[in-house]
Design a protein around this ligand. Structure first.
Ligand code: TYM
Length: 329
């Protein structure tokens, strides 16, 4: 069975973008692949997080993994800091990454360009830790949204470089990006990715949003003045985004949705999208509440950490040995 690995960094509440671009795919793949999914808590602190809020976001993220359908009997689910080899290999990967490579990472460049203040060294070297997350497990595939593709490509380069220097050590992974839903855009500005770091919350739906609030974000979503329901990503990006959201969550093709709403206004399409989103959120939230009350999170994470450590500890030992870091008496 091929191995798949991915993670989410809960610097805030998980979003509909996280669900469509990543989480729902993890759930779909867990039957056919050996699935390893973790909560990237070390990645969260590349920017300051208020401790109590961070703890709550991490707990909610695990509960949401389960609520969205990840099954601990099929998938290995764990917290990154519970497996110490991540930090260790992260440092080793940073020593095998050139500054020029990190300077080319668009996520970092975008933040620089926006003039963000107090950017940390951890944020700059974060792709090295992400490479370690993946390479520790010799993952074959890494299911991610489009914004993470460049990081997985860097991971491939780092794996190849390491293998050339020290001999075959890491499997070279491939990014796996879904055809529909790999980049869900903000509802209030369809030129930007839907993101938890948006300044206003208007364009971003959170999985734990009150259903009325979610609907209120969809109905005024920015569209265009063309006035025709059709698939034109270039000229009607907001409309395209709504159709993509509706398609991802309903299982219908985008064309099928367009043909139903072609002769109806944008309002009807928005109302349909809101219905589909609210149905999805309602069932996730119902399960989320049960999971939080059942206190199963701790046992899931304990078992996941044991399974993940068994793989990661072996790999980090092998890495240290081939580099020459160990002294054997
Ligand atoms: P993060 O937490 O920003 O996002 C988690 C996953 O959600 C996807 N995603 C989206 N997909 C579609 N539309 C959107 N608007 C949208 N927003 C987010 C992301 O592409 C991602 O798949 N660096 C990673 C976490 C990470 C990781 C890893 C992932 C750490 N180590 C190893 C894979 C393998 C991150 O910050 O994702």
């Amino acid at each position: 069975m091929k191995r798949m690995l991915s993670g989410i960094k809960p610097t805030g509440q998980l979003t509909l973008g996280n669900y469509i671009g990543a989480l729902r795919n993890f759930v779909n793949y867990q039957d056919d692949y050996e699935m390893i999914v973790f909560i990237a808590n070390l990645h969260c602190i590349t920017e300051y997080q208020e401790p109590a809020e961070l703890r709550k976001n991490l707990t909610d993220a695990v509960a949401l993994y389960l609520a969205c359908g990840l099954d601990p009997d099929k998938a290995t689910i764990f917290l990154q800091t519970d497996v110490h080899a991540h930090a260790e290999l992260g440092y080793i990967m940073a020593c095998n990454t050139y500054l020029g490579e990190l300077n080319r990472m668009t996520q970092f460049k975008d933040k620089m360009a926006k003039g963000e203040k107090n950017m940390t060294a951890g944020l700059f070297t974060y792709p090295c830790l992400m490479a370690a997350d993946i390479l520790l497990y010799d993952a074959d595939y890494v299911p991610v949204g489009e914004d993470q593709k460049q990081h997985v490509e860097l991971t491939r380069d780092l794996a190849q470089r390491f293998n050339n220097r020290y001999g075959e050590t890491f499997n070279v992974p491939e990014p796996l990006i879904a055809k529909v839903g790999a980049r869900i855009m903000s509802l209030s500005d369809p030129s930007k990715k839907m993101s938890k770091s948006e300044e206003t919350n208007k364009g971003c739906i959170y999985l734990l949003d009150d259903l009325k609030v979610a609907r209120k974000k969809i109905m005024p979503a920015v569209t265009d003045s063309v006035g025709k329901v059709q698939l034109d990503k270039q000229n009607q990006p907001g409309l395209y985004n709504l159709i993509e959201i509706a398609s991802s969550l309903s299982g219908r093709t985008m064309e099928d949705i367009v043909s139903e709403f072609a002769d109806q206004g944008y309002g009807k399409l928005k109302a349909y999208t809101a219905d589909v989103v609210c149905d999805t959120l309602a069932s996730i939230q119902e399960r989320y509440t049960q999971i939080i009350e059942s206190r199963q999170i701790e046992s899931v994470l304990k078992e996941g950490a044991e399974k993940a450590s068994a793989i990661a500890d072996r790999k980090i030992e092998e890495v240290k040995k081939v580099i020459g870091l160990e002294i054997k008496y």
